[in-house]
Design a protein around this ligand. Structure first.
Ligand SMILES: Cc1cc2nc3c(=O)[nH]c(=O)nc-3n(C[C@H](O)[C@H](O)[C@H](O)COP(=O)(O)OP(=O)(O)OC[C@H]3O[C@@H](n4cnc5c(N)ncnc54)[C@H](O)[C@@H]3O)c2cc1C
Length: 320
C-alpha cells in the first residue's frame, strides 16, 4: 500500500486534533506516515500511533522553530524524496497553506487547498471542496506529480486505530534561503478555557444583533454550555465588541465545525465564506427574512437575548 504523508502539528501538550483527523483520512487512502518537525517524544509518537501512523519521520532540527515556514517545507521535501508518498496531507490554516504551496511548487505537483473530503476514486486521490459560500461542491483530482492537499479541520472525525509506529530520524540540510527570516520572539496569546476556534467542533457566533459588548456574554454562555468556541462577525469586531482574532469570514478565520450557531448574524456572503462548510448550522435571528436562514439546517425566529439563555438552561437540564 502506498504511503500517505501527514505533516503533524504539535501543541504544548501533545498533538493537534486536526493532525489526528488527517491520519484518520490518510488511512482511507493508503498507509499513514507522520512527519514531526520538532521533538518526537514518546508521548507524541504514541499519540500518532494511536491514530494509525505506521511510521513517524522525525526531524528534530532547531531550524524548524527558529525560522518561518521554509524549513518545514524543506523537511517535507526531504521526506517525500525518501519515501515517495502517494499524497501529502497538511492541515488548512495560514502556516499549513504556506508550507503546502511551497512543497507543491518545488515538487512541480498539483495543490488542492481547503478540502472537506479526500477519497480514492478509480485508484486516484480525489478531493472535495466547498466553494462560493457553500453553494457548490467541487471534486478535483491532481493530474500532475504528488497531490499536495490541505484539509479543513473538522472535515472528518478522528478515529483511533492503534499501531506501533516505526520511528525514522531524518537529517535535513536546510538551505540558506530557508533561514532568511528568523523568529525573534514569541508571545503566547492569553488563553481561555475554550477550545481554539480553528479546531472547535462547536462554535457559537455572535453578530451585530448582540447589541453591545456586554451582549457577547449570552454568546459566551451558550458556547460554554456546549463546550464550544466563540466567534463573531466583522461588524462585531469592527465595533470592538470582541477581538479581531475571533472574526469568522472572508477576512477572518475559515471554520468548519460539526455545529455552528449563528446568533444575530445576517448571513452576508463575506461571513458565509468562512463558515459555509459547517456540518450543521443553527440560526437565531429576529428577522425571518435574514439570509442566514437560507443556509441554516435549523432556524429560530426570535430575540437572541431570550432564545440563547433558554437554550443554556435546556442544555444544563439535559446534562443534569
Ligand atoms: C471586503 C469585505 C470583507 C468582509 N469580510 C467579512 C468577514 O470576514 N466576516 C464577516 O462577518 N463580515 C465580513 N464583511 C462584512 C459583511 O459584509 C457584513 O457587513 C457583516 O458580516 C455583517 O455582520 P452582522 O451579520 O453581524 O451584522 P448585520 O448585517 O447588521 O446583521 C445583524 C443581524 O442581527 C439580527 N438581529 C438584530 N437584533 C437581534 C436580536 N436581538 N436577536 C436576534 N437577531 C437580531 C438582524 O435581524 C440582522 O439580521 C466583509 C465585508 C467586505 C466588504
Amino acid at each position: 500500500m502506498s504511503e500517505i504523508l501527514v505533516l503533524a502539528e504539535l501543541t504544548p501538550t501533545g498533538v493537534r486534533k486536526a493532525t489526528l483527523e488527517l491520519l484518520t483520512l490518510a488511512r482511507r487512502l493508503g498507509e499513514p506516515a507522520a512527519l514531526v518537525c520538532g521533538e518526537a517524544t514518546d508521548e507524541v509518537v504514541a499519540a500518532l500511533g494511536e491514530f494509525g501512523a505506521t511510521k513517524v519521520y522525525a526531524v528534530p532540527a532547531p531550524e524548524v522553530a527558529q525560522f518561518l515556514s521554509l524549513p518545514k517545507a524543506e523537511a517535507v521535501l526531504a521526506v517525500t524524496a525518501r519515501s515517495e508518498p502517494a499524497a501529502v496531507l497538511v492541515t488548512s490554516g495560514p502556516e499549513g497553506k504556506d508550507v503546502a504551496a511551497r512543497v507543491a511548487v518545488r515538487l512541480d505537483s498539483g495543490l488542492v487547498t481547503d478540502a472537506v473530503d479526500v477519497v480514492v476514486d478509480g485508484g486516484v486521490v480525489t478531493t472535495t471542496q466547498s466553494v462560493v459560500a457553500g453553494a457548490f461542491h467541487v471534486r478535483s483530482q491532481v493530474v500532475r506529480g504528488t497531490p499536495v492537499i490541505t484539509v479543513m479541520p473538522n472535515a472528518v472525525t478522528a478515529e483511533a486505530a492503534p499501531v506501533q509506529p516505526r520511528v525514522e530520524a531524518v537529517e535535513v540540510e536546510f538551505s540558506e534561503r530557508a533561514k532568511g527570516a528568523a523568529v525573534t520572539s514569541r508571545t503566547p496569546k492569553a488563553s481561555s478555557a475554550r477550545p481554539d476556534l480553528a479546531d472547535a467542533s462547536v462554535i457559537v457566533a455572535g453578530g451585530r444583533g448582540i447589541g453591545s459588548e456586554a451582549g457577547l456574554g449570552v454568546i459566551e454562555a451558550l458556547a460554554d454550555a456546549l463546550g464550544g468556541a466563540v466567534g463573531v462577525t466583522r461588524a462585531v469586531s469592527d465595533l470592538h465588541w470582541a477581538p479581531h482574532d475571533l472574526q469568522i469570514g472572508q477576512t477572518g478565520k475559515t471554520v468548519a465545525p460539526a455545529l455552528y450557531v449563528a446568533a444575530g448574524v445576517s448571513g452576508a456572503i463575506q461571513h458565509r465564506a468562512g463558515m459555509q462548510s459547517s456540518k450543521t448550522i443553527v440560526a437565531v435571528n429576529k428577522d425571518p427574512k435574514a439570509p442566514i436562514f437560507a443556509i441554516a439546517d435549523f432556524g429560530v425566529v426570535g430575540d437572541l437575548h431570550t432564545v440563547l439563555p433558554a437554550l443554556v438552561d435546556e442544555v444544563g437540564k439535559r446534562r443534569g
